[in-house]
Design a protein. Sequence first.
Length: 146
Amino acid sequence: MKQVILSVAVLMAMGLTSCKNETKKETDAMSTEVSKDIAMTDLSFGVRGNCGMCKSTIEKAANSVDGVASANWDVDKKKIDVSFDGSKTDAMTIHKAIAASGYDTEKVAGSEEAYKNLPGCCQYDHSMEMNQSGETKADDHSNHGH
Ligand SMILES: [Cu+2]
């Protein structure tokens, strides 16, 4: 009698194990799919510009690229930090989008047409240094032309 109960228990245990194996396979497949989505690339490069209005134009241009998660341009450093999905876009596409809005980047010269249409205060100096340390405020005044 004891042996019968034991073998039933063994069979049930085996049944349970095989069930567990099946469910495990399913969750494994699901977790691989999820991990594909999280692969952000961080990039920073120089972009010329003057003020807060430049900042919003530059960031809007970068954010308009499909796959860009965030963009932050530093007015003192003349530099942008971008986070994007490398499977959807690449660095050159972001450079071109910013250049199309009228702003020079390290790699692509800004569109002259768009530059002419920028507000007067935003028509930055094309010889402006990019990737500044952010500590050379005194230099900004020499370009002012009051
Ligand atoms: Cu501006």
